[in-house]
Ligand binder design. Structure first.
Ligand code: HEM
Length: 473
């Protein structure tokens, strides 16, 4: 803890020092918590894949419980592995990882396109420069998530909806932090962070209420009515799929678990919003990359014209650089894998790992070390492009897995890739994106420096960019 506290601004530098001194598998005692730091792709694969059935639980941080009704097992991402988790994970998978060409995929691409089109129509008509803030990006993503998962379109300016967007981001920001009290729960007797934790819990309770009343509303009654009249397995959206499962198998998932599941997935809006804002920031700071992205988008529309001159998911195969700009943002973000915990005594390489040890993954080292990447600090999407003849395609090295792997791997990667792709492609096609002024440029550089955390500063403190409509497309 002492060594890590030396690197308050970026604890990953502390992890790197530990790796340099002691190797790829290092046992740590973090307060009352036994932990092991792993820093090689080979050992990570041992944890995530080879012994995925052993390292499948999560740490029991009190903070996690506060967000989920005082029981972290209500959460999709922070619970231990269980029969309920198996069921709700596979259900979530069919909702947020729709197969290419399926009805779900077509529905997702329609939701994304209509929201992006709306944003462009509302802003481009003015032909004036405007300021884009993180809140705008979060609202765009929240609209897509609500529409796709629950077929809901909150009215413009709806205060309950705007409040939920802000609260989801607040909770997301908190989950991405790490506190000494997580590892030394006894510190709570000193009332450390009490008012802050109270406000996190309050926001989480209010979001739970929002989900049940506004996102779900009367859909349970509607699902029951549909099943009684036609009984067909045709569901409209993820919410209906989940409610249908609840009606048919009430003993396999409680109502509370269902409400947290849909709430967790709607909350994915904040992860996508923060990543997209990062990508927009990187594009603003790197005009030469922006120019290449613009040319790629313009050419894609020429070879595959679309209604309304919008870049759609159908353009993905001919826009590898745009795809690569998302990967490069993920590399720079170096968001950590949520810690895993082993449920029985086991071994990692030749080391004994006792039951209940928390595994920390040194993804920062794998993503930012000059041992693995040429000029790792540079934002250079082309590093993910390979060419065979005149055809370019994406190629990812084996040590890069931003969404993790195995039975607890991220469920949101398709939402991230599809939304971020369509949004950035249409933004660069229509606008020149730049820093607002020198002060904002400095802030952007500071906030985008790799720190192993996906959450940007909260909306009121986050950098802003300027968008000037292009004179020609
Ligand atoms: C840039 C955005 C995102 C990144 C970098 C990211 C990354 C990750 C990582 C590294 C994990 C941990 C995997 C593990 O422990 O092995 C994870 C878990 C998870 N992610 Fe994401 N994620 C993102 C967005 C999303 C979105 C948009 C959603 C929902 C739609 C989502 C849903 C989940 C869930 C449910 C889990 C927990 C899975 C489980 O524990 O079984 N993620 N994510």
């Amino acid at each position: 803890m002492y060594l890590l506290s030396k690197y308050k601004d970026n604890p990953w530098m502390g992890f790197n020092e530990i790796r340099r001194k002691h190797g790829d598998v290092v046992g740590l005692q973090l307060g009352q918590q036994k932990a092991v730091l792993v820093s090689s792709a080979e050992v990570m694969r041992e944890v995530l894949l080879l012994k995925g059935d052993i390292f499948c639980d999560r740490p029991a941080f009190h903070r996690y419980a506060l967000i989920f009704g005082r029981d972290r097992h209500n959460s999709l991402a922070l619970c231990d592995w269980s029969e309920v988790q198996k069921v709700r994970r596979s259900m979530a998978q069919s909702g947020v990882i729709p197969k290419y060409g399926s009805k779900g995929y077509r529905n997702l691409s329609k939701c994304i396109e209509s929201e992006i089109k709306l944003m462009i129509e509302e802003t481009i008509g003015t032909k004036k420069m405007f300021v884009l803030a993180k809140q705008d990006v979060l609202i765009l993503c929240a609209n897509i998530f609500m529409k796709y998962l629950c077929s809901k379109k909150p009215p413009n300016g709806c205060t309950k909806f705007l409040d939920s967007v802000q609260k989801y981001d607040y909770i997301f920001h908190d989950i991405n932090q790490c506190y000494a009290i997580d590892f030394i729960p006894n510190l709570s007797v000193f009332g450390l962070h009490k008012s802050y934790f109270d406000s996190v819990e309050e926001s989480a309770i209010s979001l739970r209420d929002y989900v049940e009343k506004e996102a779900v509303g009367n859909r349970l009654e509607a699902t029951v009515a549909r099943l009684e009249t036609d009984g067909k397995d045709e569901y409209e959206d993820f919410l209906e799929l989940m409610l249908e499962h609840y009606v048919r198998n009430p003993s396999s998932m409680s109502w509370t678990v269902c409400m947290y599941e849909i709430g967790d997935l709607i909350g994915g809006q904040s992860a996508v919003g923060n990543l997209l804002m990062r990508l927009i920031g990187f594009v603003a700071m790197n005009p030469s990359v922006q120019k290449e992205l613009y040319i790629e988008a313009k050419n894609a529309l020429k070879t595959r014209p679309s209604d309304d001159d919008i870049i759609t998911l159908d353009h993905r195969p001919v826009m590898p650089l745009t795809e690569a700009s998302i990967l490069e943002t993920l590399r720079h973000t170096s968001s950590p894998i949520v810690p895993h915990v082993n449920r029985v005594d086991t071994k990692l390489q030749e080391y004994d790992i006792s039951k209940g040890t928390m595994v920390l993954f040194n993804t920062y080292y794998l993503n930012m070390s000059p041992e693995f990447w040429c000029e790792p600090q540079r934002f250079n999407p082309s590093r993910f492009i390979s060419s065979s003849g005149s055809v370019s395609h994406i190629s990812k090295p084996d040590h890069f897995f931003p969404f993790s792997s195995g039975r607890r791997a991220c469920l949101g990667y398709k939402m991230v890739q599809t939304i971020a792709f369509t949004a950035i492609a249409n933004l660069v096609l229509n606008y020149d994106i730049s820093a607002l002024n020198d002060e904002q440029l400095y802030e952007m550089g500071r906030q985008l420096a790799p720190k192993g955390c996906l959450a940007l500063d909260l909306s009121d403190k986050c950098f802003k960019v300027s968008l000037s409509p292009r004179s020609e497309k």
